[in-house]
Design a protein around this ligand. Sequence first.
Ligand code: ZN
Ligand code: ZN
Length: 362
Amino acid sequence: MKKTPGKVPCNPFSQRLGGVARRAAEKGIDALIVFSQANRRSLVDVDCDNGALVVEPGRKTVFYTDFRYTTMAERVAPWLDVRTMWKAKDETKALARMGRRWKRIGYEGSVAATRYLRMKEAFPDAELVDVQRELLLARAVKTPREIEAIRAAEALTCGIWEEVRAWARPGMTEKEIQRRVRALMCERADGEAFDTIICAGANAAECHHVPDGTVWKPGRPLLADLGAKAGGVCSDMTRNIVPEKPDARYRKAYATVLEANMAAIAAVKPGAVCGDIDAIARSIIDKAGYAGAFGHSLGHGVGFEIHESPNFAPKSGTVLEPGMLVTVEPGIYLPGKLGVRIEDLVLVTETGCEVLSAASPK
Ligand code: ZN
Ligand code: ZN
């Protein structure tokens, strides 16, 4: 009797890996050495804190790691050539053995200086080419599985925020609220994607304020920037609790940020240039009389890490593509007076975009 062949496992990220290998070949690169945990994971799904993924166009991808991770890597990625070859003290020799013929080697510009120097020593005649941007852009377009994981993480964050709105009361400190949010994220997800930011009153003028013993006073606003980590991916959202009778100054700032947030979201679609969308939000804020009060970029990509490509920065030439996930988070910060930021996580679709941050009001 004929044996039924087992299901052949394949790399769910092979399309992304193939794209990276193709672009490397176009640049005349003989091999890419990928050290960053998130970059490695985005190409072959192996998540561990030590290793080097070697992508040689036209050859089988090799993953070098140490004894602690080989069994796991073989189980998770049976399509990979997993090799044990790691002792920090002779990393130079290990690198040199990887490819003596290589003349042009792609590396991540963000590698530690010590590692870069080891690469220079290991490959004295090769040219090192920084491919960090290409690797990050390859990750910027998410796989359907990643999109579903991020959608679920954001829904979880929205759910937690709805609860916070119900129990958070003036009289509580920023720290108390932060700790309770953190506990909820540990209970229902894998913790926080980043340290939850809670700002009472004018503390929101510090965009990344570290919550402290400040008491949330009655009649004052509260800003919360929060995101759970779940299924190995991050989520991110900023909401404000606006007091019943905010003063005119806060009302105007809040209305301006909301207008900037909505106008930018309306412009998110495939083919749109990131810098142009940043400019749409920024000009609304500037024209309302707040020039200089929005000192950060409009937003950022979100994925395995909380800050990924693309970057919604002034003058960024990155073109949006379906499957990219970005935050849209304009803000106005007036030190000593107020801070408002509204942040939504947005998925670029074939025709426009979908806002994943369902928590209302903003
Ligand atoms: Zn945020
Ligand atoms: Zn953000």
